[in-house]
Design a protein around this ligand. Sequence first.
Ligand code: FMN
Length: 365
Amino acid sequence: MTSIPPLKIQELEVKLPIIQGGMGVGISLSGLASAVANAGGVGVISAAEIGMIYENDFMKNPQETNRRALIDEIERARQKAPEGVIGVNIMVAMTEFYELCEVAIEAKADIIFAGAGLPLGVPFEKLRGSHTKFSVIVSSARATTLIFRYWDRHYKDIPDMVVVEGPKAGGHLGFKLEEIDDPNFTLEKITPPVIEAIKPFEKKYSKKVPVVAAGGIYTGEDIYYFMNEIGTDGVQMATRFVATHECDADIKFKEAYIKAKKEDVVIIKSPVGLPGRAIKNKFLEDVWLGKRQPFKCIWQCLKGCDYRKAPYCITQALVNAKKGRFAGGFAFAGANVYRVDKIVSVQELMDELVGGYIKASETHR
Ligand SMILES: Cc1cc2nc3c(=O)[nH]c(=O)nc-3n(C[C@H](O)[C@H](O)[C@H](O)COP(=O)(O)O)c2cc1C
């Protein structure tokens, strides 16, 4: 019988080539990450303003609380999934990117995923003195070459994995508005040039760098397609993991996914200057009508955010949504969110995905 191949990230072997994408703010914490890790995939905790799980402390000292909460969540995930692979997603756009990488390494995360910007300045010595692997998240071959060239020159090394995130992903997108629906920028089009771009570096360092595709992957058949027709080593998925019992968001957040119709999925211009994909609601409609949500910026958590001009605080809006308080926020989601129709367990979802992969591989034999 055919089976799904494992994902090898250097010496780290993951039973299933399925990564649960990091979801901020507070959507993927230790609950979801440990469930995915126990089911054989890579479970990923999002570090984005993670300190908000300790609300009172966060208001007093957000940076210190973010660091403590990240350590605690990594430890909780480890306790729940001692044999599993646990990663941390840290956005380069975060003011604390470098420091949170150090915290994740010290707390012995298995892998760091760095997206929403180019991860050039990283705590390299600390990283290579640890077992923690480092994956970049990119949306073009150009960005990939830039990062690899920089690492080659400055660190005499290259990253351990690449996630290619296409325009159907949820949350902030690494594309210009006009590229999002352009057929030249689909995930299947942008991935092969990334695979090509890293080849000379893989050769120079005699190192196999796995490439993983993300954004709009929904079924086991999709996984089969990307791994066998496009040539990736695995996939990263997020939207489907929201509709699981173990996802760390409030039930109202998950219900927003189930209720969403195709026409509710919209592209917004986030206050950080990037486009993002979200589910339309009254909060967003008010923003479009020019209504400002008054807010006090506790601290400059994102490098590119000009809180004096922003019509609302993106972090606060996402925290509210995580807690099910949609009067003050909205849910990020991938383009396929309208296909989600029920909440299942992570194990059920993983079984469905693996089953779909095997079925597809048998049909293609
Ligand atoms: C609710 C939500 C929040 C997300 N937050 C982040 C984040 O904080 N950092 C990040 O790199 N990607 C984030 N993403 C992107 C996912 O990690 C993932 O790569 C992408 O959504 C995959 O596409 P899919 O949702 O169609 O499976 C988010 C996605 C969703 C749906």
